[in-house]
Write a protein that binds this ligand. Structure first.
Ligand code: ACO
Length: 277
């Protein structure tokens, strides 16, 4: 693999285990074009197996997270395409926004730093944890130009927001800020813009300090159990537990028990065991 990850529309910067991945079309408020969607798919694929990425932070270059799908390049220029070609373009967006992000094998954090409209909600919901600037502006603006939040945006929103809030914002197209997004459960918390990057870094470092194999198993199990019956989920989670015990290269379970029960050097209720290299 080459050291360079990313293209013109996606910027990747590595910092001590954190991959800061930015939607990088600030002059277009990071609207998602077919080119960006393709490049983002490639970036996520590359970062899955890049050791420089222990945690992925998704954000936007400049003052925007993303102004949603590109009205010119994604929508208007697709109007003249045959349905198969349009289907391919639409699917490319779904592949990175939903499938790749939801199944990414390392923790993902959405850092919503500014404008976030329409299709921009998808990657926010698909990341494991989302944070926002108090000053960020969110909007389901589709209704404002006569379409519906397709591309599974409505479905994404319904995973996080109540009927009361989700339908209100989908029907009115009104905007809300980061503080309101946190109150409604769309993001975990919001902080002043000036503190957003540092708070995100703190969270990323906390995730990096945990057992990697356990983290991967937890996030996959969280997604999969949603689709299962109670009994199937119970069995699946037990199998996942056994799988982790056998495959964890760090043997976290043994280290944790030893450091708590024998060495008495830490308390699992209050933090992670010390990783021994
Ligand atoms: N698609 C294509 N181009 C866009 C988009 C977009 N979603 N958003 C912004 N741009 C472009 C503008 O056309 C403009 O291009 P130009 O400089 O070549 O004229 C440039 O980005 C800057 O946009 P402004 O509107 O001048 O920026 P401003 O900071 O004043 O406003 C805002 C930002 C509020 C985000 C505004 O650009 C906007 O409303 N954008 C559309 C938001 C939206 O409704 N997105 C679609 C959601 S629906 C969906 O995703 C399916």
């Amino acid at each position: 693999m080459t050291d360079k990850v990313g293209g013109n529309t996606v910027l990747v910067e590595f910092e001590e285990g954190i991959a800061w991945v930015s939607l990088n079309r600030p002059e277009k408020r990071n609207a998602m074009s077919p080119t960006l969607n393709k490049e983002m798919t490639e970036v996520l694929e590359a970062l899955e197996i890049d050791d420089r990425c222990g945690v992925l932070v998704l954000t936007g270059a400049g003052d925007s997270f993303s102004a949603g799908m590109d009205l010119k390049e994604f929508f208007r220029e697709s109007d003249r395409l045959p349905p198969e070609a349009w289907g391919q373009i639409a699917r490319q967006a779904q592949i990175w926004q939903m499938q790749r992000l939801k199944n990414f094998p390392k923790p993902t954090i959405a850092m919503v730093n500014g404008w976030c409209f329409g299709g921009g909600f998808n990657p926010v919901v698909s990341c494991d944890i989302a944070l926002a600037a108090n000053e960020a502006t969110f909007g389901l603006s589709e209704v404002n130009w006569g379409i519906i939040p397709a591309g599974n945006v409505l479905r994404s929103v319904a995973l996080k927001m109540s009927d009361t809030n989700g339908l209100y914002y989908a029907l009115t197209g009104d905007t809300f800020n980061g503080v309101e997004a946190a109150q409604m459960g769309l993001v975990k918390f919001a902080v002043p813009q000036a503190e957003l990057k540092e708070k995100t870094r703190e969270l990323a470092k906390k995730l990096l300090s945990k057992n990697r194999a356990a983290i991967r198993a937890i996030k996959h199990a969280w997604r999969k159990q949603e689709e299962m019956s109670w009994d199937a989920s119970e069995d699946y989670l037990m199998a996942k537990l056994d799988q982790l015990r056998l495959t964890d290269p760090d043997k976290g379970r043994s280290q944790g028990m030893k450091q708590f029960l024998d060495d008495k050097t830490y308390r699992p209720g209050l933090g992670a065991y010390e990783k021994k290299e």
